[in-house]
Design a protein around this ligand. Sequence first.
Ligand SMILES: [Zn+2]
Length: 276
Amino acid sequence: MPKSDDLLFIFIDNKLLVSQLPDENDSTFDTSIKYDLSSLPPLPEELRSFSDQTSDLVKTSGNQKHTLLDIHHLDFQQEGYQLLTLRELLALMNADDFQHIAQAWQYALFLRTHRFCGRCGETMRKVSWEMAMHCDKCGHRVYPRVSPCIIVAIHNKKQILLAQGARQKPMGFYSTLAGFVESAESLEQTLHREVMEEVGVKIKNVEYFGSQPWPFPHSLMVGFIAEYDSGEIKVDGKEILDANWYEPDNLPKIPPKLSIAGRLIEETLHRIKQNT
Ligand SMILES: [Zn+2]
């Protein structure tokens, strides 16, 4: 039996099983933080048959074991339980709790997509002492993928550059620029290349801001603040649909602060206001 402080993450398809809130319509819930790690329910009776072969140890943290149970396809609807996507949970949990869930989910996804060796096609096995899959036939070993992605807020005197990408269009957001690091590229090179490709301007005085794991599906967002150098905004109309300079008192709809994009924008606006 797991100890009471052990954590079990139960994924069904692409969702996490959590206990249903006592009363979802309770008006006293005026905060957006509705779930925490205590929302992870004990294994429901109906899912016990899955637990024998398919549970995986994510990590041991002190005396606490983090285990996941990955059930790919099941129509599970029981009173007292809810299934939520990671994007839903991101908005409803604090960052520290969410990180544990994100880690378990990325490991589950890794196991789902690395059952066979990419070099020789043999079935792979889990390595018992590290998060990896190994091929006994040819020795190939793989680890969960992490895809670094730069994200940058650009300012010019009293203004911030905000852009609407094709992905932000449905939500109506204007946000910072972002792009994946390509093979053999430094973060600085990615920054200058992406900004030039997406909006056609040069930047200078690049400053590291912070980072955020972003498990959709396996990115690491590396955030920067940069100053405008030269050039006119010119968007490609495909990846970026629109981009403009905005003053702090005349902003379009921007992303929430739980994302690094939201925090980058907040910090940049703060600096602009301090300097004016
Ligand atoms: Zn192999």
